[in-house]
Ligand binder design. Structure first.
Ligand code: LLP
Length: 382
């Protein structure tokens, strides 16, 4: 069984479970993005902090010159602390609290992506009270589906996100009438873990028809933030560790007119592959119908499989034994605390080190202390 190379000797003295980050792979991924955008000066990539807010990871990404995409005051603060330029920070989210709006205004962030007219008016009022002008873009609900997990589509009319695309014109007019707001552009995001470029192509078609309509009415379009969502190959982390950035960026450059400056908000595709959750086998349990490998990591450490039935490749790092089929489960008192069913692993024994791959995105950032379990620490390759 092909496995990634890990420093097992180093691992032997670290208490499991922990997150392990391959910083060389993170840098390689950032370089792959840089290579795509280097000749496109009007493009800006913002890292979606929600995917992983570990300060070491954030600093590495900030030093590569990316902006930050934040969805809370806490994320704005984490981005500022890590060295992201305030003007490179964009702030989205359907429920921005007053203190978060004030934090963004004080810090001088680059954009508030407004999700409703109610929110727009509150931002206008708070900015006016402070004598400042808030830069805003409209988060548009494009009513475009995506071929991904139901829990992570965001661009359908039934989803809570954004302002319906048919209302954009009237919202722009209102923004233009409010002196404490400056209109900057449009923002979209159709979902996450998207591998079919046709989904992004459908988004481009919708963007083009909205922009055409605005231009016909002599209304400004501004810049266009197409959101994030590029997926990774969870099944093949050893063969395909870097997302297909070329196909992704080419889709937008081919389908959107070059006169619009473009912004992107990538999360998963930047950090997923570089992270693994490392655990140990506590027990091998022979059930009536199957064998269970019971790990010392649980759904509180990595929630994705329990929440979305998502697949992560799992490897036994300590064994070359006979390939055997296991349900790989955690210790949490929930039947859904399962990392994978019917997983082929080299024969497991108590104490074996297990890697749950591609856990760098939405792993540590979604961890909790459910069952009073301590948060897994993070370990870096350097
Ligand atoms: N921009 C906006 C407005 C978003 O809502 C998101 C993700 C992103 C950018 C980044 O998307 P990415 O490039 O990472 O796909 N917890 C789920 C994923 C939730 C994504 C939420 N929004 C998971 O573990 O799969």
């Amino acid at each position: 069984m092909l496995k990634a190379h890990y420093p097992l000797e180093r691992f032997s003295s670290i208490r499991t479970p922990f997150y392990y980050y391959d910083m060389a792979l993170l840098r390689e991924t950032l370089e792959a993005i840089r290579a795509q955008v280097a000749n496109r000066p009007a493009w800006k990539v913002h890292y979606a902090v929600k995917a992983n807010h570990n300060p070491v990871i954030l600093k590495q990404i900030a030093s590569a010159g990316l902006g930050a995409d934040c969805v809370s005051g806490g994320e704005i603060q984490a981005a500022l602390d890590a060295g992201f330029a305030p003007e490179s920070i964009v702030f989205a989210g359907v429920g921005k609290a007053d203190w978060e709006i004030i934090l963004g205004l004080k810090a001088g962030i680059g954009r508030f992506n407004i999700e409703s007219t109610a929110e727009m008016r509150v931002i206008a009022q708070i900015a006016a009270e402070r004598g400042v002008v808030a830069p805003v873009s409209i988060r548009v609900n494009p009513d475009i589906g995506a071929h991904t997990l139901a829990g992570i589509t965001t661009g359908l009319a039934e989803n809570k996100f954004g302002i319906f695309h048919g209302q954009v014109e009237e919202v722009i007019r209102e923004i233009l009438s409010l002196p404490s707001l400056s209109y900057c552009g449009l923002h979209f995001h159709i979902g996450s873990q998207i591998l079919e470029m046709e989904d992004f192509a459908a988004l481009c078609n919708r963007i083009n028809s909205i922009c055409e309509q605005l231009e016909n009415r002599r209304l400004p379009v501004g810049d266009i933030n197409v959101g994030g969502g590029l997926g990774i190959e969870y099944g093949h982390p050893n063969h395909l560790p870097i997302a297909n950035f070329q196909a992704y960026f080419n889709t937008f450059s081919e389908l959107l007119p070059p006169r619009y400056p473009l912004h992107f908000e990538l999360g998963r595709s930047i950090v997923a592959s570089c992270g693994s959750l490392i655990a140990r086998v506590l027990y091998v349990k022979e059930g009536l119908a199957k064998k269970f490998a019971v790990l010392d990591a649980g759904m509180n450490d990595l929630l994705r499989p329990a929440l979305y039935h998502s697949i992560h490749r799992i490897e036994n790092l300590s064994s070359d034994g006979k390939e055997t089929i296991y349900d790989v489960v955690g210790p949490v008192c929930e039947s859904s605390d399962v990392f994978g069913k019917g997983i082929v692993l080299n024969e497991c024994h108590r104490g074996d080190l297990i890697a749950i791959r591609s856990a760098g995105a939405y792993g540590e950032s979604m961890a909790s202390q459910y069952n009073c379990r301590p948060l897994a620490r993070s370990v870096f390759s350097e």
